[in-house]
Design a binder for this molecule. Structure first.
Ligand SMILES: Cc1cc2nc3c(=O)[nH]c(=O)nc-3n(C[C@H](O)[C@H](O)[C@H](O)COP(=O)(O)OP(=O)(O)OC[C@H]3O[C@@H](n4cnc5c(N)ncnc54)[C@H](O)[C@@H]3O)c2cc1C
Length: 400
């Protein structure tokens, strides 16, 4: 099965989902002279979500797409992330980020609001003549044969493509329809997220740093976004049995306050500034990478085939890397099945290792008092080595 040679475009690509992975895929394919249609079930208007960490490995792809000025404008550029002990605030490890990442990888390390990142990607996509964005349109069925792949929409209409990219997130309809998905495993962790105006915590926090606090069975991360105007807070507690995975379930502030009532006063002061109604809660599930990411003319990327737990801040980065590598494989190999196979071969070991490190971090971050000295030793001596392997990856030259 090979690519269409009669058209002025290399390929006619249908992308399901205008999340981070879908929009980056659209931009990458557009640059490789493909015609791209992105189909998204929402209006893309909201600002759902909170902060996203953009490490050098994914900024390499985003800067290559010409997005550096916009990203620089909207991002915070943290000097470091300090890992501290939950009670006394003792610094266990300081991970230097800026300007050190520039020296090591030629790229910075950014914190950005998820809504800002999505807006930058969407605006860029809308400027490209060969990208069409169809919003409020849900994909309900996918069919494929040797000649074409077809998306059936909730309106009853259908669209034909040479290739379909399923970038439709953790509950991927594309993966389900193709029989590629499997059941997620509940990790016993519950996460909360909130954005706090910086003015409310000006005295308590250094707005040039991110912080990760570690305690028995729990951890708490906070870092500035929107140039330091907001503080993004993510807290996780293990050993629970509450299993709602939605990103938009509101949480009770009293519950969070009580969870962290014994923690360092600086952290409790930050929690005190969270406004009722701005706190959300969701359950964390582990989704081992699917063993197969593609069929004849349909291929998956991002959370649709390998959602990652948020203990290494690499979920969005993996979707971005996938998009870049997939578009290069499709450009290099004129046989669709061979291109898909190369893409999976290049990407799967990388995401499996990222998922593994995230799971190890879960154990480390939530170590009990007995294991805390071992945790500190590992973080001090090995976390730099691990992060270097994550950040130095070059998606632009994968497979060369
Ligand atoms: C609402 C939300 C908030 C998030 N907030 C954070 C955060 O604060 N921090 C963080 O690190 N990570 C967050 N994530 C996760 C992170 O964004 C993902 O790990 C990463 O972006 C992977 O991107 P993706 O493109 O694979 O999937 P997603 O970002 O989930 O994008 C999938 C897209 O597909 C669309 N879609 C789904 N099904 C269909 C269908 N049948 N037809 C058409 N469109 C469809 C969805 O509406 C969505 O826009 C969030 C995800 C979501 C969905």
């Amino acid at each position: 099965m090979s690519l269409n040679s009669g058209s002025k475009y290399l390929l006619n690509v249908g992308v399901v989902g205008a999340g981070i992975g879908g929009l980056v895929a659209a931009l990458c394919f557009s640059r490789k002279n493909c015609k791209v249609t992105v189909i998204e079930k929402t209006e893309l208007k909201g600002e759902a979500g909170a902060g996203i960490q953009l490490s050098p490995n994914c900024l390499k792809v985003l800067f290559d797409l010409g997005l550096e000025p916009q990203l620089r404008h909207f991002s915070s550029c943290p000097k470091s992330i300090d890992i501290s002990d939950w009670k006394k605030g003792r610094i266990i490890k300081e991970t230097r980020l800026n300007p050190e990442c520039m020296g090591k990888y030629g790229l910075p390390y950014y914190h950005i609001h998820r809504g800002d990142l999505l807006r930058i990607l969407r605006d860029h996509a809308q400027k490209r003549n060969n990208i069409d964005l169809e919003l409020n349109s849900e994909v309900v069925e996918v069919t494929e044969n040797d000649e074409k792949a077809t998306l059936i929409l909730d309106s009853g209409l259908s669209r034909d493509f040479d290739v379909i990219v399923g970038a439709d997130g953790i509950n991927s309809a594309v993966a389900k329809v193709l029989g590629l998905s499997h059941r997620p495993q509940f990790t016993g962790n519950v996460a909360w997220r909130a954005l706090v105006p910086k003015t409310a915590v000006a005295r308590e926090l250094d707005d040039e740093k991110g912080s990760l606090w570690l305690g028995p069975g729990k951890h708490f991360v906070h870092y500035p976004v929107r140039k330091g105007d907001l503080v993004n807070c993510i807290c996780v507690a293990g050993g629970r049995d509450w299993r709602d995975e939605s990103w938009i379930t509101r949480a009770d502030l009293a519950e969070l306050t009580s969870e962290f009532s014994q923690w360092n006063p600086a952290l409790r002061a930050l929690i005190n500034k969270i406004e009722e109604g701005s706190l959300f809660k969701w359950a964390l599930f582990h989704r081992p990478s699917l063993s197969c990411w593609h069929k004849k003319r349909t291929v998956l990327l991002g959370d649709a085939c390998h959602a990652t737990l948020p203990f290494l801040a690499q979920g969005a980065a993996m979707a971005i890397e996938d998009a870049s590598v997939l578009s290069s494989c499709m450009e290099r190999d004129k046989e669709i099945s061979a291109a898909f196979a190369t893409y999976q071969k290049l990407r799967r070991p990388r995401v499996v290792s990222i998922q593994r490190i995230s799971r190890v971090n879960e154990l480390l971050f939530h170590s009990n008092r007995l294991l805390a000295p071992l945790r500190d030793l590992i973080l001090k001596n090995f976390s730099g080595y691990t992060l270097n392997n994550v950040y130095k990856y070059n998606a632009l030259s994968a497979g060369d």
